[in-house]
Design a protein around this ligand. Structure first.
Ligand SMILES: [Zn+2]
Length: 403
């Protein structure tokens, strides 16, 4: 990271120390949106005088603002803390199999989609060019405020490369091109992540796994992915490519996977698996296929059996992963919750059967994810905000306001 290249090391450390309390306050505001100043002071264990001074300093730095809180009982009037109208912004991108979306968020972490487009290109190059142009336009409109970009990709990301975009058969694509229209001097980092990992991060920070110290967050779209989140952070692996749950051999050993391996779980837990069990051709859009089948009430025996087979594979795998990771809670995102809902008994039986005996009495709850389709965007926002709301990130923001 290049914060204040012109500053000496000890000056930089002093600046970071100065913004430590501010970073802690931002963390409280992020984890409890709409919190009052009085409650935030209590969380931080500081007195009301200290809180007043800290908030005033952060208002002046365009980081936080306050609005009067609705009167409650006989207590002294207080204020609600929120992002400053001219405060820092992050840009989150969600690159999916057939479309992309861009959303802006302030330090309250709520993404607002600002532009989106479908694409049908055979090559990824033009799509990335289009996305880079859109990112450049948003940067120019918010040049003083935009401080980080995070991209969620529906594929395997390793370092700065998209190594596998299964749904389109694209491999080894350099994603740093997405920041091509942003000048280096802006010092804006481009953070990349797998969509399932980021959706898991979102569930752990502000969704169905909130407050769990160890959470396993799974998501089914085309195939299954996810993340193990420990104390609010995903286990990323050495190259950021961990969490490829779909490529554990929990599937049918007779099936070759496009990833290069065999028997992958991916192939038995999604719309492609449902189609195979029903004798249909592989669906163009496996997610839409699940939604279609789900919408058809009064289904035939073949469809019911297909849902049971897929829910069984899902449940058995979740049991195995619980044995592996010992999470407090498991969340199911994407169409996984629909797959379970259509064959709840098959899922539960397989889940329990897959658990080691000593876990069967009190298995961790398996909850539906809360962020739905927006999980990757929420996760990308969280990742970008982590970067800019550290003490060093806040000190950098303040320094740039002066220039
Ligand atoms: Zn595979």
């Amino acid at each position: 990271m290049r914060y204040f290249p012109a500053m000496a090391h000890d000056q930089r450390q002093a600046a970071n120390m100065r913004w430590l309390g501010a970073a802690q306050l931002v963390e409280v505001v992020r984890s409890e949106p709409g919190i009052t100043r009085a409650a935030a002071a209590q969380r931080l264990g500081i007195g009301s005088g200290g809180a007043t001074e800290l908030v005033a300093r952060m208002r002046q730095a365009l980081l936080l603002d306050e609005t009067p809180a609705p009167a409650q009982g006989r207590g002294r009037p207080t204020t609600v803390l929120g992002p400053h109208a001219r405060g820092p912004l992050v840009l989150a991108a969600d690159l999916r199999a057939t479309d992309w979306r861009l959303a802006l968020a302030g330090i309250d972490g709520v993404p607002k989609v600002v532009t989106q487009a479908d694409y049908a290109a055979e090559q990824l190059g033009p799509v990335l060019g289009q996305l880079a142009d859109a990112i450049g336009r948003i940067y120019r409109r918010n040049a003083k405020r935009l401080r980080a970009i995070a991209v969620a990709v529906a594929g395997t990301v390793s370092d700065a490369k998209l190594v596998q975009f299964t749904s389109r058969g694209w491999n080894d694509v350099d994603l740093s091109v997405l920041a091509a229209k942003i000048p280096d001097r802006a010092g804006i980092p481009l953070l990349l992540g797998n969509d399932a990992t980021l959706a898991g991060l979102a569930e752990a920070r502000s969704g169905a796994a909130r407050s769990a110290a160890t959470a396993l967050c799974l998501i089914v779209a085309q195939g299954i992915g996810g993340a193990l989140i420990v104390n609010g952070e995903p286990l990323n692996g050495a190259h950021g490519a961990a969490g490829e749950y779909g490529h554990i051999p929990f599937g049918d050993q007779a099936l070759d996977c496009p990833c290069g391996s065999r028997g992958c779980w991916d192939l038995t837990v999604d719309g492609r698996a449902l189609a195979r069990h029903r004798g249909d051709a592989p669906p163009e859009d496996p997610v839409a296929y699940v939604h279609d089948l789900n919408a058809h009430a009064g289904r035939d025996g073949a469809t019911r059996r297909a849902f049971e087979a897929v829910a069984t594979s899902l449940g058995r795998g979740v049991g195995g992963l619980v044995n592996l990771h010992d999470p407090e809670v498991v969340t199911l995102g994407g169409v996984a919750s629909l797959l379970r809902a259509n064959a709840a008994k098959a899922f539960d039986d397989a889940y329990r059967e897959g658990l080691m005996a000593f876990r069967k009495d009190a298995p961790p709850p398996v909850r539906d994810a809360q962020h739905g389709e927006d999980g990757p965007l929420h996760g990308a926002v969280a990742r970008a905000l982590d970067h800019i709301t550290s003490a060093a990130g806040l000190a950098d923001w303040v320094e740039r306001q002066r220039v």
